[in-house]
Design a protein around this ligand. Structure first.
Ligand code: KIV
Length: 271
């Protein structure tokens, strides 16, 4: 498939300038070539190959089971559809937590085997050594604080994080540490809007919110949620832009009817 290369590509510097100019950053997840191509052509700034692939693509209850090989498969499919957007790939659970050397090797695999532009990992102080090592190797890193789904069994629930003073204080500290360690941006997931505002204003790097209110420097949504493919998932922060599950169900039902009625294919749809 040939892709037009004559466009101004989004880089981590572009995102930094957008923050400085007060221009909001748009980010969406994608896991395959076809949707990545549509999102890129529509003008999205950042495509995240999220480990939410574990949920929405593979049907797992959590993000924990997805492997590095599977993330690499999704990311290389996405990258083939992208011409302009910055592509960030989630480092999956178990690929970076044991030590910074393992984290670096995992990041190298993602960059070399997919052609993606950056990696994202969850956590603050606990993963700082790994962030520093990956950044030092020339790989852009995005942080992820607040609700970090890879730690779901530690939290026990998917409810709003950092509502208590102590957890909010740790989040503020972690955000600063990640910035100092060289992260080019931080996802803030499901935290109070006032805290996200304070953190966004205190950092020079952009924050990207999901369920973190309007003061973040950008927003990210999982494509299946915003397109209405996961119709049973309706958290307060989600805006559904399409009811794709209904549309697809209608289309497939019509197709079944046409086949059963011997209406498809007709004489113009055959050789
Ligand atoms: O995996 C993912 O989709 C994410 C977003 C929710 C930010 O990390």
């Amino acid at each position: 498939m040939s892709i037009n290369k004559e466009v101004k590509k989004i880089t981590t510097n572009t995102l930094q300038k957008m923050k400085e100019n007060g221009e909001k950053i748009s980010m969406i997840t994608a896991y395959d070539f076809s949707f990545a191509k549509i999102f890129d052509a529509a003008g999205i700034d950042v495509i995240l190959v999220g480990d939410s692939a574990s949920n929405v693509m593979a049907g797992h209850e959590t993000t924990l089971p997805i492997t590095l090989d599977q993330m690499i498969y999704h990311a290389s499919s996405v990258i083939r559809g992208v011409n302009r957007s910055l592509v960030v790939v989630d480092m999956p659970f178990g690929s970076y937590q044991s030590n910074s050397k393992e984290a670096l090797i995992s990041a190298f695999r993602i960059m070399k085997e997919t052609g993606a532009h950056a990696v994202k990992l969850e956590g603050g102080e606990e993963v700082l050594e790994s962030v520093k090592r990956i950044v030092a190797a020339g790989v852009p890193v995005m942080g992820h604080l607040g609700l970090t789904p890879q730690s779901i069994y530690k939290f026990g629930t998917y409810t709003v994080r950092a509502k208590e003073i102590e957890e909010a204080e740790k989040l503020r500290r972690d955000a600063k540490l990640l910035e100092e360690a060289g992260c080019f941006g931080i996802v803030l997931e499901k935290i109070p809007a006032a805290l996200a505002k304070e953190v966004s204003e205190s950092l020079s790097i952009p924050t990207i919110g999901i369920g973190a209110g309007k003061y973040c420097d950008g927003q990210v949504l999982v494509m299946h949620d915003m397109l209405g493919l996961t119709s049973e998932f309706k958290p307060r922060f989600l805006r559904q832009y399409l009811k794709l599950e209904e549309l697809v169900t209608g289309a497939v039902k019509q197709y079944i009817t046409d086949v059963k009625k011997k209406d498809f294919p007709n004489e113009h749809e055959q050789y």
